[in-house]
Design a protein around this ligand. Structure first.
Ligand SMILES: *[C@@H]1O[C@H](CO)[C@@H](O)[C@H](O)[C@H]1NC(C)=O
Length: 129
């Protein structure tokens, strides 16, 4: 037999997990027509779950390094915003937002692909010949 206090502890533990719902992130996408120089912004919004949440952004699986052109900002308890002020070839990648709370975590990703880079290189190389 499990001692009654251990059973009570277990129930408390399980119900506290159940009370704080694990987060779920709504899907987000970068615009398909994203030309070099444009501003790109996506929102990672938690649709289910209980705050407080911790938001973490990754690019290609690595923790996102914020620089002058790349920033993330927590808008409210449920939302974090990623802004790339001027997309360029180096902005291409798979961006992931991870949200966690005491009950669990979720992550969603979106691929950013800048248009016009290949075209630009093509014209540049043609010009050089
Ligand atoms: C983007 O990254 C996520 C998390 O690492 C991964 O699950 C997903 O398959 C990746 N998507 C693409 C298109 O590479």
């Amino acid at each position: 037999m499990i001692p009654i206090y251990l059973a009570a502890l277990l129930v408390c533990f399980l119900s506290s997990k159940a009370l704080a719902g694990a987060p779920e992130i709504g899907p987000f996408l970068f615009p398909r027509q994203l030309n070099a120089g444009m501003r790109a912004s996506v929102q990672c919004a938690v649709t289910i779950g209980d705050p407080p949440f911790e938001f973490t952004w990754f690019k290609d699986g690595q923790k996102l390094v914020e620089s002058s052109g790349v920033s993330t900002r927590k808008i409210d308890d449920f939302t974090s915003n990623l802004v790339i002020s001027k997309v360029e070839a180096g902005s291409n990648g798979n961006y992931t937002c991870k949200v966690s709370n005491s009950a669990g975590f979720d992550h969603k990703s979106a691929v950013l692909s800048v248009k016009g880079i290949r075209l630009f290189v093509y014209f540049f190389l043609r010009h050089k010949q």
